[in-house]
Structures are given as structure tokens and as C-alpha cells.
Design a protein around this ligand. Structure first.
Ligand code: CO8
Length: 258
């Protein structure tokens, strides 16, 4: 593929948006390739995904402004849907997706990072939704996910002012989980992903599904979602293996997602 690379390291898949000449900006071709790469991930063997950008300067510097500049109203809406469909695919992907944010995460870049399960960034990362300065609103889920992640008041302030924030402020606001020196970003995230990959896939996937589904529901309904997913773990190979290993004081565990 021209703009998206996919590499597998043991049970971890690494997706790299690779369009450095435009700071990895998302045009239609990038979105199409990203969608195809996600569809192609082998869910039987891969247990955690990492999403990052090529180069040391930018994760994703937004949607492609040159491509968007001449869109009609209808085309703008369709482009928003195209991005939203791909981002939602990431957000609801059964396997966890970690964003390794290695630089600019602006506009669509911040939005795609927010579609991942969580974000780890390098100390040179910069986040923001600059759309108001470009005469548009965020269109790839930014108004919705930013408000859910950092609260409506702070989200509105960032959206209205179109102010970019540095890594440490993103950490303080809860937009990212951890800031690391740039050289340590991928080793840190790969180690974290490998650790996740060692846990029972049936349980990790269940956690993702329960958090995602439950957040959209009132608590009385949300805890029922958890009860069902929790119950479904029992009588599985992975539940017997995990609990059996504890009871037998055995360190080695073989999880199969069954
Ligand atoms: N789109 C297209 N090209 C871009 C983008 C982008 N978002 N960002 C950078 N580039 C290109 C530049 O045009 C430049 O190309 P060239 O070398 O051909 O001139 C190249 O990348 C390098 O960029 P700079 O020379 O500007 O690099 P600097 O280090 O000077 O600046 C910045 C880096 C600060 C990141 C700067 O490039 C910048 O401000 N970029 C735009 C950031 C931005 O505003 N992003 C938000 C875009 S809007 C958006 O994402 C909306 C999402 C929802 C869409 C919904 C559709 C309906």
C-alpha cells in the first residue's frame, strides 16, 4: 500500500500511517487504505494493535486541507462520514488499539488518536482541534470524543479557541495516559502491547466491549452488559487456564481466545 504500512511482531500488529510529505495528513486514499488494513488484521493471531505515524515529527497533522478545500456541503458531509466510518471501525475493533502519538496530532490526527483505546505520546507531541480557525467544525468525531474524554467544559474551550496543547498539558487533561521521551515511544508501547497480548484475549476483548457499550448506557443497563460478558467468560478454555494456573501455582499460561 502507498500510505499505510502494517507490520506484525509476534501477537502485536503495528499500523503506520506513512505520508510524511504531508505530515501524514489523512486524504481519501489514506482512509481507504487504513480501512483495508484494519479489515485485514488476523483476529486469531493478533492480540493488540498499535497505531502510529511515520517519521519523528508528526503522528497525523489532520485531514488533508488541500483535498477538503473545494468540497461542497454534500461532499463535506460524505468526507466526514468516510472518516467516521474508519475511526468507528478502530474504536469498536474487538482487539485493543493503542495510539502511539509521535508528534503532531491535530484535527483529524487528534480525532483518530481519540478513536483508539488509549494514547501514549512522545514528549514532542502536540494535540489540538484547529478546525475553528479553518472555518469548519471537527468532522471526524472530535466534538463528541473530546467532550467525553476530557469533559465538555475543557473540550469546548479547546474547540472554540482552536488552541494546540503540548504533551504535558494533554497528560494533565487526561487526553493521554503517559508521556515518554521520543526515542522510548515505540519500545514503551510495544512492551505494553506485548503485555496485553499475554492476557486472555477473551477477557481483554470482553473488557473493551463492556467499557465501550456500558459508557453509552444508564448504569442499571450498563452493569447488565458487564454481567453478560463476565458470564460468557466461564466454561471457556481461557477461564479454565487462567484460574487453573493460579490454583496450580503455575506461571506459564496458554490462552487461546476460546
Ligand atoms: N493537510 C494537508 N497538508 C498538510 C497538512 C494537512 N492537514 N498538514 C501539513 N501539511 C503539509 C504542508 O502543506 C506541507 O506541504 P508542502 O511541503 O507541500 O508545503 C507539509 O505538510 C509540511 O508542513 P509544514 O511546512 O506546514 O510544516 P511545519 O513544521 O511548518 O508546520 C504544522 C507543521 C503546524 C502541523 C502545520 O503543517 C499545520 O498547521 N498543518 C495543518 C494542521 C491542521 O490544521 N490540521 C487540521 C486539519 S482540519 C481537520 O483535520 C478536520 C478533520 C475533520 C474533517 C471532516 C471533513 C468534512
Amino acid at each position: 500500500m502507498a500510505f499505510v504500512e502494517y507490520e506484525v511482531k509476534d501477537a502485536v500488529g503495528i499500523i503506520t500511517i506513512n505520508r510524511p510529505e504531508a505530515l501524514n495528513a489523512l486524504n481519501s486514499a489514506v482512509l481507504d487504505e487504513l480501512s483495508a488494513v484494519i479489515d485485514g488484521v488476523d483476529q486469531n493471531t493478533i492480540r493488540c494493535l498499535i497505531l502510529t505515524g511515520a517519521g519523528e515529527k508528526s503522528f497525523v497533522a489532520g485531514a488533508d486541507i488541500a483535498e477538503m478545500s473545494s468540497l461542497t456541503k454534500a461532499e463535506g458531509e460524505a468526507f466526514g462520514k468516510k472518516g467516521n466510518d474508519v475511526f468507528r471501525k478502530l474504536e469498536t475493533f474487538p482487539i485493543p488499539v493503542i495510539a502511539a502519538v509521535n508528534g503532531f496530532a491535530l484535527g483529524g490526527g487528534c480525532e483518530i488518536a481519540m478513536s483508539c483505546d488509549f494514547r501514549i505520546c512522545s514528549d514532542n507531541a502536540m494535540f489540538g482541534q484547529p478546525e475553528a480557525g479553518l472555518g469548519i467544525t471537527p468532522g471526524f468525531g472530535g466534538t463528541q470524543r473530546l467532550a467525553r474524554l476530557i469533559g465538555p467544559g475543557m473540550a469546548k474551550q479547546l474547540l472554540y479557541t482552536a488552541r494546540n496543547i503540548k504533551a504535558e498539558e494533554a497528560l494533565r487533561l487526561g487526553l493521554v495516559n503517559q508521556v515518554v521521551p521520543q526515542a522510548e515511544l515505540m519500545p514503551t508501547v510495544e512492551k505494553m502491547a506485548a503485555g496485553i497480548a499475554q492476557n486472555a484475549p477473551i477477557a481483554v476483548r470482553g473488557c473493551k466491549e463492556a467499557v465501550n457499550k456500558g459508557l453509552d448506557l444508564p448504569m442499571d443497563e450498563a452493569i447488565v452488559v458487564e454481567e453478560k460478558i463476565f458470564g460468557a467468560c466461564f466454561e471457556t478454555h481461557d477461564q479454565k487456564e487462567g484460574m487453573g494456573a493460579f490454583l496450580e501455582k503455575r506461571k506459564e499460561k496458554t490462552f487461546t481466545n476460546n
